[in-house]
Design a protein around this ligand. Sequence first.
Ligand SMILES: [Zn+2]
Length: 109
Amino acid sequence: MHELSITESLVSAVLEQVDGEIKAVTVVIGRLSGVVPDSVRFCFDVCTRGTRLEGAVLEILEPAGRAICRSCDEVTDVADGIPLCSCGSVDLDVVGGRELSVKHVEVVV
Ligand SMILES: [Zn+2]
């Protein structure tokens, strides 16, 4: 499963960079990243078992996809699938929604 290896790298990145007991982790998973947030949630529980991250709250932000039309320069929200501008063009530059990163880690003080 694709999400399992992604979650494993997120978890190990957090453990490497943050000391102490971790209360919550916020990750950003863009809607066009191809990663399923629910799967990450499930994998997070599995991957954190026995680590300092066990029991931490996982918060997932899901920014919508955005694209700029090359024909009319209009910015369009992109759902799943093929970006389509209201002018009818499919020649769009995707500028957002592919994010996949750790945004914030909350540590117990
Ligand atoms: Zn357009």
